[in-house]
Write a protein that binds this ligand. Structure first.
Ligand code: FES
Ligand code: FE2
Length: 366
């Protein structure tokens, strides 16, 4: 199974079997998702002590919670008794109580209650703390990793730092977060979100006009170990996707530029001067992908918009429609690649991120 072929200076996309192989899906979990960083959302999803969100890294359910000292902890969402999931969704709590037999854990994962276990010789609650994961924050994002060997996220994204820093996205205000599941392979959705080539065609009735692909800029140095990205410069007459008049952070062309990073393996976002739109993906077998889908608005947009509910509903409607356009594409491709005549074609220069994603996969699963 070859990841990508490069003939006559033509880089090709991933071959069909790369999206269909059960064997490869198991390797991806082991070599990628259980070793790399996964984004579970933004810090402002859990601003208060006891706020928590749940997530699954591969097949591992986790809880991410704000502790008393305001730090963030990530830990297993599986009870140490007989492995029931502790909590679902998100919310605020003082402790996590298992719905099966009532074992109870403090916010930081210590077992503090275990009904009727006192008769067990040598039973000691201290031995049954919830296992923790590495958890780091970066410009408002929360990343977790099951691997103690994962390089610090700040190192991994060092080069991206200078590109996103002027936007100060950590101050953007989250306006919605949803969990979706689509019937496709996670890599098809990754590839779809990271490239701009399809925007003027597939999204011509939604966001296509906001992304004039001729203005796409790539880093001449090529991809970094941990991410790829591109810039878009918007037309002068745009009123969406550009800096609000009260935005004093961005100057010159940055006032109408978006950055689209893909943090390998599966955290992708559009960072615009006025909004942020993200996906964080996890595979669920070969043919399903779990999607954490969210968006945020720049603080001055929130502050200086009189009719916020109208703004939010229009914003969400636009992103939802765009998402639906993408869902139809990537679910359709997943059906087509099973046919015996399916084969990968050459990539455009505008799909450079797809090529870089392929190279990343090759490094990880070689
Ligand atoms: S599985 Fe959680 S208390 Fe029994
Ligand atoms: Fe798209």
């Amino acid at each position: 199974m070859s990841l990508a072929s490069n003939t006559s200076n033509q880089t090709r996309g991933l071959s069909p079997e790369m999206f269909l192989s059960e064997e490869l899906a198991a390797v991806e979990l082991d070599q990628i998702f259980y070793r790399e960083w996964s984004c579970i959302g933004r810090e402002d999803d859990i601003p208060n002590v006891g706020d928590f969100v749940t997530f699954k890294v591969g097949d591992q359910p986790i809880i991410v919670v704000r502790l008393e000292d305001k730090s963030i902890r990530a830990m297993s969402n599986v009870c140490r008794h007989r492995m029931m999931r502790l909590v679902q969704g998100n919310g605020n709590t003082r402790q996590f109580s298992c719905p099966y037999h009532g074992w109870t854990y403090s916010l930081d994962g210590n077992l503090v209650g275990a009904p009727h276990m006192g008769c067990n010789l040598n039973f000691s609650k201290e031995k049954f703390m919830l296992p923790t994961l590495k958890c780091e924050t970066w410009h408002g994002w929360i990343y977790v990793s099951l691997s103690n060997d994962a390089a610090p996220i700040v190192e991994r994204l060092k080069k991206l730092d200078t590109m996103v820093q002027p936007y100060e996205m950590e101050h953007y205000v989250t306006v919605f977060v949803e969990d979706l599941e689509w019937n496709t392979n996670w890599k098809l959705l990754c590839q779809n979100f990271m490239e701009g080539y399809h925007l003027p065609i597939a999204h011509r009735s939604t966001v296509g006009r906001n992304f004039p692909v001729g203005e796409t800029k790539f880093d001449s140095d090529g991809a970094s170990e941990g991410f790829t990205y591109q810039y878009f410069l918007k037309p002068n007459d745009m009123n969406f996707g550009v800096a609000h008049p009260m935005n004093t952070r961005l100057t010159d062309n940055l006032r109408r530029s978006s950055v689209m990073p893909t943090i390998f393996p599966s955290h992708m976002y559009v960072l615009a001067p006025d909004h942020l739109w993200y996906l964080s993906l996890q595979p669920n077998g070969v043919g399903k992908v779990r999607i954490r889908y969210g968006a945020a608005l720049a603080p001055e947009v929130m502050e200086h918009t009189e009719d916020k509910s109208n703004l939010l509903s229009q914003f969400k409607e636009l992103l939802d429609k765009t998402q639906e356009e993408d869902r139809l594409l990537v679910e359709n491709i997943f059906e087509n690649i099973r046919g015996p005549m399916a084969m990968a074609g050459p990539l455009s220069w505008l799909e450079r991120e797809v090529h870089e994603f392929t190279q990343y996969l090759a490094r990880k699963i070689a």
